[in-house]
Write a protein that binds this ligand. Structure first.
Ligand SMILES: [Zn+2]
Ligand SMILES: [Zn+2]
Length: 388
């Protein structure tokens, strides 16, 4: 039985010594294996993972490698477990931890910075200068589960207490796994200035982050919030999440003109770019008004052409964000706890953890209009019972 020295456990939460965990082999190749249940150190807890959502960035990691960085390089064939958007139940406490109790349900942030670099000290722990330096004699203690340390496509994981957000019992496991998704959208709006009440906002692209950006912008009081996207089913969800107007970019000749028309003929104050479309950044800088701000929240796959003279002559600000810094996940959870928006509208499918490859196929190929696909270890048991 699991009883590491210095770690507090409870007989109410018996923990096995080993667990099921998916590991990444060659690009795109995942294998379900057994791993020892990890051991929390100082300021860490062991989380029993109850639900993990698949993110587009997981697909980047599994098929391309970056932004994951394991032992200073690509994550392939290093016994690495991906997965970074998850929630669970605190199952054991590392030495000195009294901030959380065993049995408490938590959502997680991804990045536990090193806590000692310039950016971590500023609250920008997702931009830690010691990213991935957590091995051998360069160990700075940095963790980003699913990127530089083992992630959530398994049954248990270790989390720094600074990456935990307590959630209420009335929040489902699936919704809990989406808190960090909403947190990323919250971070985008935080970096754009935060006080967006009464300001006009365009969100381009209706992936999970884009849809959550619509919901968070509305919850923060932005007006109007306009979503641009190609798929009608996603436009419908954006309207349900509070968008004031939507533009189907495949049905208008000029998306910039269409947005300005919806905003009284003027450019908007902010654009949150979540589409990664090659044209989207240049469109965004032409959608904002003078002095407007553009936040880039999507990974473009190639360099894109942008009208720099337009940016300079109009004093436009461009921001890149990584992940969910500056406590944004806590603010997102507060909105979700107060039912300011319903993140479950982006959850479409749940599979057992053992069916992760199927879940990934649904997310990657958008099978059955999949948006957010979740895997749950506990579903395995239910399915096994049903099969017997
Ligand atoms: Zn993600
Ligand atoms: Zn740092």
């Amino acid at each position: 039985m699991y009883a590491p020295a210095g770690v507090k456990t409870s007989k109410d939460f018996p923990i096995p010594d080993s667990m099921k965990a998916w590991v990444l082999g060659d690009p795109g190749q995942l294998t379900l294996t057994d791993k020892p249940v990890p051991v929390p150190k100082r300021a860490e807890v062991l989380v029993r993972i109850d639900a993990a959502a698949i993110c587009a960035t997981d697909l980047e990691v599994i098929y391309q490698g970056p932004p994951a960085m394991i032992q200073g390089g690509l994550p392939f064939n290093k016994n690495f477990t991906p997965g970074h958007e998850y929630m669970g139940t605190v199952a054991a406490l590392g030495p000195g931890v009294d901030e959380y109790k065993i049995g408490q349900r938590v959502a997680v942030e991804i990045h536990a910075g090193c806590g000692q670099c310039k950016r971590c000290r500023d609250g920008m722990y997702t931009s830690c200068h010691n990213y991935g330096l957590n091995y051998g004699d360069v160990d700075k203690g940095h963790r980003a589960n699913g990127f530089t340390t083992d992630g959530g496509f398994c049954e248990y994981q270790v989390n720094n207490i600074n990456t935990l957000v307590a959630i209420q019992d009335d929040m489902s496991d699936e919704e809990g796994a989406l808190v960090v998704t909403a947190g990323t959208a919250m971070y985008a709006l935080t970096e754009l200035g935060g006080l967006v009440a009464g300001e006009s906002v365009v969100v381009s692209g209706a992936g999970p982050i884009g849809l959550m950006a619509v919901a968070v912008a509305k919850a923060l009081g932005a007006q109007p919030v306009i979503l641009t996207e190609m798929r009608d089913n996603r436009l419908k969800i954006a309207l349900e999440l509070g968008a004031d107007a939507v533009v189907n970019v495949s049905k208008v000749p000029d998306v910039v003109a269409a947005v300005k028309k919806l905003n009284g003929g003027k450019g908007v104050d902010y654009v949150v770019e979540c589409s990664a479309a090659s044209k989207a950044v240049n469109d965004a800088v032409h959608m904002v008004n003078r002095g407007g701000k553009v936040c880039l929240a999507a990974f473009a796959h190639e360099p894109v052409l942008v009208d720099v003279a337009h940016i300079v002559s109009n004093n436009i600000y461009l921001y890149g964000i990584r992940g969910e810094g500056k406590g944004a996940v806590h603010r997102a959870e507060a909105f979700m706890r107060q039912k300011r928006f319903d993140a479950t509208k982006i959850h479409t499918h749940t599979f057992p953890l053992a069916d992760l490859p199927t879940a990934i196929r649904y997310a990657k190929d958008r099978v059955d209009d999949a948006i957010k696909v979740v895997v749950k270890a506990k579903l395995d048991a239910a399915h096994k019972v049903a099969a017997e």
